[in-house]
Design a protein around this ligand. Structure first.
Ligand code: ADP
Ligand code: ADP
Length: 224
């Protein structure tokens, strides 16, 4: 079964006075091991799509299946596990905690794994930092790192639970082109060598062309 399947998804945001159709009849299948780019102008629904795929929000109508099972059929506990361990998030603005060290930031998702000892958590965090080339920076704080290094820490945090899927919302949007390319190469490598499925929102056509598939949105609908 596909790792993620969205069928006839609609998402409507309702405020006191305005109703916004953010996604309109979206059908999207993400297969294991794919690297998919999502493109489209600001406001077309890309972030909404990622938050639905990450099970952070629910569609107004339509179904989301994970590994062939509708999300509704998972227990709350299973869903928490999917969100925290199966799916890793990477954001444009990193979302690191500034008063935690690099190592502590990366360890955070493992707090959902009470069976792991402190020592095991630490080892896994170091291994994740090693994968992103930052094992020499474990004791630094986010403010002591470049943007590209901060994004590497965020990627290590996304990786530490051994996720099958990484959802990345403009991961290079705050980086200059050199650092952006480094992050892109890192994601391409994780997809290729670790088999991590990646869905990435990007405005950069050069980056999108390096991924396996480009899905374009306009005004809440897929246009290609
Ligand atoms: P993109 O990521 O492509 O810029 P978004 O998914 O953020 O697009 O937004 C899609 C549409 O939904 C936009 O019109 C946006 O204003 C609206 N929207 C997004 N989040 C909310 C929200 N929490 N409440 C109301 N409207 C929202
Ligand atoms: P932007 O692309 O506008 O900089 P981000 O990529 O930083 O936004 O974040 C995208 C959305 O995800 C925001 O609406 C934010 O509130 C939400 N978000 C950020 N971090 C988390 C998190 N750890 N868990 C759930 N939602 C988050």
């Amino acid at each position: 079964a596909p790792v993620l399947q969205l069928t006839n998804i609609e998402k409507v945001y309702q405020t006191a006075t305005i109703e916004t159709v953010a996604l309109n009849r979206v059908n999207l299948t993400i297969n294991r091991g794919e690297f998919v780019s999502i493109m489209g102008p600001s406001g077309c629904g890309k972030s909404t799509l990622l938050s639905l795929m990450g099970l952070l929000d629910e569609p107004t109508s339509g179904t989301i299946e994970v590994d062939g099972r509708p999300v509704q059929s998972y227990s709350d506990k299973e869903l928490a596990g999917l969100r925290n361990l199966k799916i890793g998030f990477v954001f444009q603005s990193y979302h690191l905690i500034n008063d935690l060290s690099v190592l502590d930031n990366v360890e955070l998702p493992l707090l959902y794994r009470p069976k792991l000892s402190g020592r095991e958590r630490r080892q896994r965090a170091v291994a994740a930092l090693d994968k992103v080339g930052l094992s020499a920076r474990t004791g630094h704080f986010p403010s002591q790192l470049s943007g590209g290094q901060r994004q590497r820490v965020a990627i290590a945090r996304a990786l530490v639970g051994g996720p099958e899927i990484i959802l990345a919302d403009e991961p290079t949007g705050n980086l200059d082109s050199v650092m952006g390319e480094e992050i892109m190469d890192l994601l391409l490598g994780l997809n290729k060598t670790e088999g991590v499925t990646i869905v990435m929102v990007t405005h950069d056509i050069q980056q999108a062309m390096k991924t396996g598939r480009v899905v374009r949105f306009f005004d809440g609908s897929q246009v290609g």
